[in-house]
Design a protein around this ligand. Structure first.
Ligand code: NAG
Length: 429
């Protein structure tokens, strides 16, 4: 392994104490709503963080949003889940004996995440900086399963209770050969899995279209583009580019409504130079070729239309945001209004409440998979209210659902801040 790769197999975030009970209650509510947009069976995908360098950042929001867009139920696991594992202390002691060139605490976190995943019964795991760029299908997971990918092991993998235990025990009792990194003996959960794929995995699967926005990937991007760029911005812009390529995005505004500022700053569109920069990076990058079909050939492949007329919808292709407000003059033409009512329950029709910029930003984020730099704002003339109740109901449900998912991060942040209550209670019987 080259030195560059050391330590990028596992990223840990903050969150020493997390009020999981609250998170669980909030999350269980999502499923019980007969909401407009709920995927019938959202598969859970887990990531893991521990408090290493402060609170969780934008990359985790991107992770939540992009996995949600792909039909998953994204959940954060923390140290508290790991600690709830039976024999936690024995395992940590055993892991602590394995040599590493990394900070020990960081390395331990990488081992501990498998205990956390096992505590919740196993399932699909992803590093929080791995984002899906296309449809992702999860293989069947039974108790013996421990499945991963040559490209992503172990940062994206699937494990059942016995499969994970096999891996955990293998690491905890390891006494085989130890490779050297920087002239020092070094082991990690990645080294141990990658060196023993055949014996540990039940399946080595063909890779799904994921991209790992690691530090290394960002450094490659910076080197290639010549632009300083934060990894979060690189990831956010890439996610948005892919979303605007895969869907025909329409922003519907009735006459009389105007966007304040540049729509591009609010996620409706991207600048050509930025898209060119990203395309030329992805054309030559060593990042997995499975994302290639989702990268635009050129700027022209991105589709954003701002209009006041409802488009001819192709399901799965069109994504229509439309602006409304209870006190807004109903100036949509009749056909558009009829179409909005007809399509309101469809996942491709997304209402935006004109005078709630913060909620709009959240809704756009959960549908375009990015974090906007500027909240979007509209001006509009007041007038008689149209039939807005239906729109409002859907918008509120969406906002509530997205806030609950994002809320996982707020709980972690509050705990890290050390202010207020942060009593973690074991959510598992
Ligand atoms: C469990 O899953 C593994 C692969 O993940 C498969 O090989 C095995 O046949 C499955 N067992 C059962 C009982 O379905």
């Amino acid at each position: 392994m080259s030195g560059l790769h050391v330590g990028r197999q596992c990223i840990l975030l903050s969150g020493l104490l997390l009020n999981l009970l609250i998170a669980l209650i909030l999350l269980s509510k999502i499923g019980s709503q007969n909401g407009f947009l709920e995927h019938p069976k959202r598969q859970t995908v887990y990531c893991y963080f521990e408090n290493m360098n402060g609170p969780p950042g934008m990359i985790v929001l991107l992770w939540l949003r992009n996995w949600h867009i792909r039909g998953f139920n994204p959940r954060l696991l923390t140290l508290e889940h790991a600690e709830a594992h039976p024999n936690y202390h024995q395992y940590v002691e055993a892991f602590d004996r394995l040599p590493t060139v990394n900070h020990r605490r960081y390395e331990l976190g990488c081992y501990r995440r498998w205990l956390a995943l096992r505590t919740v019964g196993g399932g699909t795991f992803s590093d929080y900086d791995i984002l899906p760029f296309g449809p992702v299908k999860v293989p069947p997971i039974n108790s013996t399963t421990f499945a991963s990918y040559t490209e992503y092991a172990p940062m994206y993998s699937h494990g059942g209770l016995d499969g994970l235990l096999r891996y955990i025990d293998f690491m905890a009792t390891y006494s085989g050969p130890v490779p050297f990194t920087y002239d020092k003996p070094h082991l990690s959960d990645m080294v141990l899995l990658r060196g023993n794929m055949n014996s540990l995995l039940t399946d080595n699967l063909p890779p799904p279209p994921l991209l790992h926005f690691s530090k290394h990937e960002n450094e490659q991007f910076i080197a290639q583009s010549g632009q300083q760029s934060k990894k979060e911005r690189f990831a956010a812009d890439s996610a948005l580019m892919v979303r605007l390529t895969g869907r025909r995005v329409t922003l519907l505004m009735p006459p009389g409504v105007q966007l304040v500022g540049d729509p591009v700053d609010s996620g409706f569109g991207m600048r050509r130079e930025r898209v060119d920069e990203l395309i030329s990076y992805f054309k030559q990058c060593t990042c997995q070729k499975q994302i290639a079909p989702y990268i635009p050939k050129s700027f022209d492949d991105l589709s954003v239309t701002i209009t006041d007329t409802f488009p001819n919808v192709i399901s799965g292709v069109d994504l229509i945001f439309f602006v409304y407000a209870p006190d807004m003059a109903n100036l949509y033409d009749k056909d558009t209004l009829d179409a909005l009512v007809e399509h309101i329950e469809s996942p491709h029709t997304i209402p935006l409440l004109a005078n709630d910029p913060e909620a709009i930003q959240l809704v756009i984020g959960y549908n375009l998979g990015w974090i906007g730099e500027e909240p979007i704002a509209f001006t509009y003339s007041h007038g008689p209210a149209g039939p807005h109740r239906l729109f409002h109901k859907k918008f509120n449900q969406l906002v509530q659902q997205y806030r609950e998912i994002d809320g996982q991060l707020n709980i972690v942040k509050e705990c890290i801040g050390g202010e207020g209550e942060c009593n973690w209670k074991k959510p598992y019987k």
